[in-house]
Design a protein around this ligand. Structure first.
Ligand code: PLP
Length: 281
């Protein structure tokens, strides 16, 4: 596998991260996961904008130019001959003193790599389980894609232990937040409902695209606080993420979603529209 690492395309064995890199020491880094379609990453600029916003939260000096990232992504897709891939961009704060003082750091460490797409979704959709871990509304970290994803990993592990595909996390107010690596939507009486930006979520690029697609199809979309009971009573549930796109959820906490454990009509329509959009841009 060839990786873009600090300005060069190298084989994975040649990438060396210093033990004094603040990403290694403190999880002081950012990342983006994206998906390429025929050699083009869907909404690459939006991913870069989100990383810039995240860098702002962390008080970083400026990130490298967007053109640098775009060229890095392109080189990685071409050298690995992977036009349809999962693409990950990781930037860590760089080498500094072994104390949590970002001002002491030098150049950021940057890596871009591509890997084959995950297996297609099962036709029956995913199962979801509500986990005990809560999204902390007092932490700005829940809004950014930082390299500190331990809460997400613990949530996912709890879900896997219970045999579910994905976790759903509530926030510290007890309201619905998001999946460990996805945003959540419910369809209820013909309306599409998703937790708002103050519910302890990452504002997903896919989430945004799906909201616009639904509105264009004449569906009323509500971004607001969502009670866990609304999940239990939903006609349909789906998740969104750049890599997995629109994921039908047919089982919630061991019970079928809606009337039957099969993907719903609105979910399937939006999944199709999203794929069409992503392939055509
Ligand atoms: N929420 C979390 C916590 C995530 O990690 C992700 C993606 O990995 C998402 C939501 C979905 O974001 P996007 O649609 O930008 O991939």
């Amino acid at each position: 596998m060839f990786i873009y690492f600090n300005g060069k395309i190298v084989s994975s064995e040649e990438c060396v991260v210093s033990p004094l890199d603040h990403g290694f020491l403190y999880g002081h880094g950012l990342f983006e996961t994206m998906r390429s379609y025929k050699g083009r990453v869907f909404r690459l600029v939006d991913h870069m904008k989100r990383m810039e916003t995240s860098a702002g939260y962390l008080g970083w000096p400026v990130l490298p130019d967007r053109e640098v990232f775009a060229e890095a992504v392109n080189s990685v897709l071409v050298t690995n001959n992977l036009p349809d891939a999962s693409v990950r961009l990781t930037v860590s704060r760089g080498i500094g003193a072994a104390r949590p003082d970002a001002a002491s750091c030098g150049q950021p460490t940057i890596a871009v790599y591509a890997s084959p797409l995950p297996k297609p979704l099962p036709a029956a959709g995913w199962s979801l389980t509500t986990v005990s871990l809560r999204r902390n509304l007092s932490s700005p970290l829940v809004k950014i894609k930082s390299a500190n994803y331990l809460d997400n990993m613990l949530a996912r592990a709890e879900a896997k232990k219970r045999g579910a595909h994905e976790a759903i996390m509530l926030n510290t107010d007890g309201l619905v937040a998001e999946g460990s690596m996805s945003n959540i939507f419910i369809v209820s009486n013909g309306r599409l409902i998703t937790p708002d930006g103050e519910s302890g979520i990452l504002l997903g690029i896919t989430r945004n695209a799906v909201i616009l697609l639904a509105q264009a199809a004449g569906i009323t979309v509500e971004e607001r606080k969502v009670n866990p009971e609304e999940l239990a009573e939903a006609d349909e549930i789906f998740l969104t993420s750049s890599i997995m796109e629109v994921i039908p959820v047919t089982v919630l906490d061991g019970r079928p979603v809606g009337h039957a454990p099969v993907p719903g009509e609105t979910t399937l329509m939006l999944a199709q529209s999203y794929r069409k959009l992503a392939e055509s841009e």
